[in-house]
Design a binder for this molecule. Structure first.
Ligand code: GLV
Length: 335
């Protein structure tokens, strides 16, 4: 009998093809996506779950799936999965690191540039008939990017790719991370500083940390008040890393100049969010990795990871490496 994989969302077709080669695929393609109740019922007899960051893979869900051996998420972030619990139950977790690094870094830059040079506000002005004077010396003034200081919070793969792009803009790059990367400091010409110093000195702050108990609320009122009144904050990591209510106040009362946000505490962003009333913030719907090429690569990597685990092979995108001690791969093998 083939192992059963439940795919909780519509995904690029190449991912489905990989799974179909050796699994029975239960594809929940229709919109709207499954409710929590439907999800709990659907996983009762499956060997694998292919999910996205929108599905909460917690203790309750894993306990509802007694046959579950592997969860593949089409995301690099795994904060929607109780990984410790999965490990304790011998459930393998595979994700999609690497393939989305450059696409996400490109998008952090798109938000940075759009917020600095007021691209969205300017577009709205043109469309709404607000462009009355052909060229006005003081119209839509924004902030220069080139030659300024960029502060990167979290120098992982994506943070590093964002730093790399700053070279072309002749920027000074600072970074803060819990792990100091002396290996790249010299080669990339970047400087390690503590978080408070980074916030004080940077003209742009871009966040690239995973969401963990340690990073939740990392940027709150105190931190926003340390930033320059001309500074711009970009967040493409996870919403809860920033205290959103404090950020809305910071933008409204101009403790900082602007922000570019792709992620939010609650997604989709509720329509009563105070952020929606502000012109000095660019808002996008969690699309930093959303390019045709990258989403196809993510679909492939998550699917291949699931298949490898079910074949008893260790995939390169295994997140919880310790799981092999709880349930060795020979015991997972189903294909
Ligand atoms: C997207 O946010 C991801 O984690 O891949």
């Amino acid at each position: 009998m083939k192992p059963v994989v439940y795919v909780a969302r519509e995904i690029p077709e190449n991912g489905i093809k990989i799974l179909e080669e050796c699994c029975e695929v239960r594809y929940r393609k229709e919109m709207p996506p499954p409710s929590r109740e439907e999800l709990l019922a659907a996983v009762k007899d499956v060997d694998a779950i292919y999910c996205t960051l929108s599905e909460k893979i917690d203790k309750e869900l894993m306990d509802s799936a007694p046959r579950l051996r592997v969860v593949g998420t089409m995301s690099v972030g795994v904060d929607h999965i109780d990984v410790d619990y999965a490990t304790s139950k011998g459930i393998y977790v595979v994700h999609t690191p690497g393939v989305l690094t450059d696409t996400t870094a490109d998008f952090a830059w798109a938000l940075l540039m759009a917020a600095a040079r007021r691209v969205v506000e300017a577009d709205k002005m043109v469309r709404s008939g607000g462009w009355k004077i052909q060229w006005a010396p003081t119209m839509m003034l924004g902030h220069d990017v080139h030659g300024k200081t960029l502060g990167i919070v979290g120098l992982g793969r994506i943070g590093l790719a964002v730093a790399k792009r700053a070279r072309g803009f002749d920027m000074k790059v600072l970074y803060y991370d819990v792990v100091r990367r002396r290996d790249v400091e010299e080669s990339m010409g970047i400087e390690y500083v503590e978080l408070d110093e980074l916030l004080r000195r940077s003209d742009f702050v871009s966040i690239h940390v995973p969401l963990t108990p340690q990073t939740r609320g990392l940027i709150g009122e105190r931190e926003l008040k340390l930033m320059k009144p001309t500074a711009i904050l970009v967040n493409t990591s996870r919403g809860p890393v920033v205290d959103e209510a404090a950020l809305a106040r910071a933008l409204k009362e101009r403790w900082i100049a602007a922000a570019g946000l792709d992620v939010f505490e609650k997604e989709p962003l509720p329509m009563d969010s105070p952020l929606l009333e502000l012109d000095n913030v660019v808002l996008t719907p969690h699309i930093a990795s959303a390019s045709y090429d990258t989403r196809a690569k993510m679909a492939e990597l998550a699917a291949t990871g699931i298949v490898k685990v079910l074949k008893g092979e260790e995939p390169e995108n295994l997140f919880n490496k310790d799981v092999v001690k709880v349930r060795p791969l020979e015991q997972v093998k189903m294909i």
